[in-house]
Design a protein around this ligand. Sequence first.
Ligand SMILES: [Zn+2]
Length: 420
Amino acid sequence: MNDSRVQASTQKLLELLEELAAFTAPGLGVTRLLYTEEWGRAQTFLQGKMAGFGLKVTTDKVGNVFGRLMGRSPEQKVILTGSHIDTVVNGGKYDGAYGIAAAMIALQDLQKNFGQPQRTLEVVSFCEEEGSRFPLAYWGSGHVTERYDGSEAENCMDADRISLQAAMAAFSFSQSVTDTDGNISKSTGARNDIDAFVELHIEQGIILETTDTQIGVVQGIVGQRRYMVKVSGVANHAGTTPMLMRQDALASAVEMLYVLEGAAKAAGAPLVATSGKLEVYPNTPNVIPGEVLFALDIRHSEEEELECFCAKILSLYHEIAAERGVTLEVIPVLHTLPAPMDTKLSTALEEICLEQGKTYRMMVSGAGHDAQLFAPRCPTAMIFVPSRAGISHSPEEYSSPEQLAAGLEVLTAMLYELAY
Ligand SMILES: [Zn+2]
């Protein structure tokens, strides 16, 4: 594309990102949790925008939003691109939103410059990916790829004890789907008509910036395990209970977390292990904690290594619990396999970078993404652009207009190659 076209597209992209960032709960940065009012307004806004771009808009039973640019060969499967609309609490305006906004601009540019594609192109705004409100993640792409069938919603609660099912019902999401022409159809959410998925995303790490590279071509995404660990002891008087007669849930949990950090450091990269959430009950200064809930997040690019590490940690936890006379309950929350991206598509991305004179590198993603759910089902590719100082999931998240524009150009060329 010539310079003025690139500039115009970049301007539209930046405007769209600003508009999306306005759909947030009060507070720093962007907070747009699944099935909240601001989330609903953002998805409604996108439907209007997509329709304005000349795309045929549909939603599904969990609130994913799709905008379709019909191809000349409708019998051929769809090329899907996009990302997730939800954010973490006090997140940034690029994570997820960039992949949706850029996909919309790309489809608009392609249509304007080259007319109707051979194959149908579709942009998606997935309803949820982060796992920030409910203890489950990839709720949007998980429906499209049949990871979930909806039965999970009943017993899944947010911090206010609102069930996922109730949160969905508040938005009237159901099996019935209405498109923009008013046609009502039934949908399970699963899609078997997708031939390729391409996701553009900020890196959320520091590799591209420190190596002064414009584009990351993702080779694979790490596998990830999340657990909630519940330690139950006995809540008792902090003054009258002797030290040797306690079943202190918090002291036990602290030992478990200390063991986790040591084992993770000993295992070395690319293994990472984190506990970012802890709840103490009754959480009172003069009462021995009777119950503690904490989260575990463990990642590695090799499934076998990941499995082995998790098994070792959980076995150590059972030993600690037995020694301390507390009971242990481990609830698996998330289990994703490492997801290699399609080598043909990755090679095509490399060639596009070379053609466009952009610097690029092949890399592994330490963060989970919607793309990993598609990778086992269809050829899938991921493109990264740099994040300033590697910061993400923060109001400080930033990528420059030039960096965002470079990603948009690569995505547009990739979609052209796949659909025209
Ligand atoms: Zn994301």
